[in-house]
Design a binder for this molecule. Structure first.
Ligand code: NIG
Ligand code: FE
Length: 410
């Protein structure tokens, strides 16, 4: 059995007992810290950790030089399979158009669908892997990727096949979400398109086992709660759990329909009232906030502190996509969470790791420093405090990133 020992660790942060799959309310403040430590990896998994004085023998050593060891980030919401940037729309936005206006003019998601249609599967894979590798370099070890730039059956399948290829070839853990209902595809009426998703796309996707989850953009100008209900009901017949876009552009009722379907997560939540917080209490659904899109679109930030005060957990994700968040850097997400949403660094870390893993149904495998979990770990340069991470938000503080116990980037 190959063993690797990380020795000379200043602090391990993010230790969680076995069996704890998410953090809620007060638990969001738990640091799970051990000072002056070692961590032993056996066959790619965390085998033990403890005081430096008890550092065991191993086949290989990595000297942490008193840096901090953290779990890798778990990014539970991205759209990184796309072709080409949408920088022209960026200029429209600078000149005063809103996200909704760009979409209503036939741009936005539909532009990405046109680009994707004219891109080969190989090229799409190559472009997307560049983004995956960039995210890994910045400390992300598990990524959910959505379809939704196909908007007809063949192109949705093409996107999902690219995600499958990323799953097979990337050292990060990848989860795949079918988001046919991202926008109404060109050439269809709204009703025709919802029927296409329900009567054709879902069964085709399920037959080839191309998706782990199903998503709907349930928001003003996109899909209604009735559409969402219908699509999620159809998805359930094929065992696809829901993870939905809700309450980004309006108080859409998306949270409630997500909860009704036992969604794994409801994501965005820029526009929520106390009723949404109430609807989420006591459920298994993880509220997920995407401060990168609030930043980029100039939307309000999610009410993260109110959710935590109400006893809920939250996850944070990047929403990496070409229209509302062209950035997959979870360190930046952490900075926004602390600076704009007023989370403490440890609350933000819990939201970016264990709770992000939960929002992908992966928290038995990754998201914390726990015996038996995959050794997806960040080793930092020597650092006085975790607060340095969101505070010096541009400093390259990652010294090594390990996936399954192997150094992937330094
Ligand atoms: O999560 N809100 C819907 N979907 C993406 C944006 C997609 C795009 O504009 O390309 C989001 O923000
Ligand atoms: Fe999104």
């Amino acid at each position: 059995m190959a063993t690797v020992c990380i020795k000379n660790i200043g602090e391990i942060i993010g230790i969680v007992p076995q069996g704890v799959l998410r953090k809620e309310g007060e638990e969001m403040n738990e640091t799970g810290i051990l000072h002056d430590a070692y961590l032993l990896i056996e066959n790619g998994r965390i085998a033990s950790f403890g005081p430096m004085t008890e550092t065991p023998q191993a086949d290989e050593y990595i000297d942490a030089q008193r840096g901090i060891v953290l779990p890798s980030f778990c990014d539970s919401h991205t759209h990184i399979v796309y072709s080409k940037a949408r920088h022209n729309e960026f200029l429209d936005k600078i000149n005063g158009l809103t996200y909704e206006q760009i979409a209503a003019n036939g741009g936005g998601i539909l532009n990405s669908a046109d680009y994707l249609h004219n891109t080969s599967e190989d090229d799409l894979y190559r472009q997307s892997m560049t983004r995956v590798n960039e995210m890994i370099q910045k400390g992300t070890g598990a990524i959910e990727i959505k379809s939704g730039y196909g908007l007809n059956t063949e192109d949705e399948m093409k996107m999902l096949r690219v995600i499958r290829r990323i799953k097979e070839t990337s050292p990060a853990i990848i989860k795949s979400t079918f988001l046919g209902a991202h926008a109404v595809g060109r050439g269809y009426t709204h009703e025709q398109y919802v029927s296409l998703v329900c009567n054709e796309m879902i069964s085709r996707v399920a037959a080839e086992q191309l998706a782990d989850y199903i998503d709907v953009f349930c928001d003003e100008g996109f899909f209604t709660i009735e559409d969402t209900d219908r699509i999620l009901t159809e998805g359930e017949k094929y065992g696809l759990k829901a993870k939905i876009h809700a309450n980004e552009l309006a108080v859409s009722g998306g949270v409630q329909v997500g909860v009704k379907h036992g969604a794994l997560s409801v994501d965005h939540l820029e526009k929520t009232t106390d009723a949404e917080i109430e609807a989420l209490r006591g459920t298994k659904t993880m509220p997920t906030m995407l401060p990168g899109s609030s930043f980029f679109l100039g939307l309000p930030y999610g009410r993260a502190k109110d959710y935590i005060k109400a006893g809920l957990g939250i996850a944070l994700a990047s929403d990496y996509n070409p229209g509302s968040s062209p950035c997959g850097d979870m360190r930046f997400v952490m900075a926004l969470a602390c600076i704009q949403m007023k989370l403490t660094p440890i609350q933000a870390l819990n939201a970016l790791t264990l709770n992000g893993a939960y929002a992908m149904d992966l928290s038995e495998e990754v998201g914390s420093i726990t015996m038996g979990k995959r050794a997806n770990l960040i080793i930092t340069h020597p650092m006085q405090s975790l607060a340095i991470v969101p505070y010096q938000y541009q400093t390259p503080w990652i010294k090594h990133h390990l996936l399954s116990g192997r150094i992937i980037s330094s």
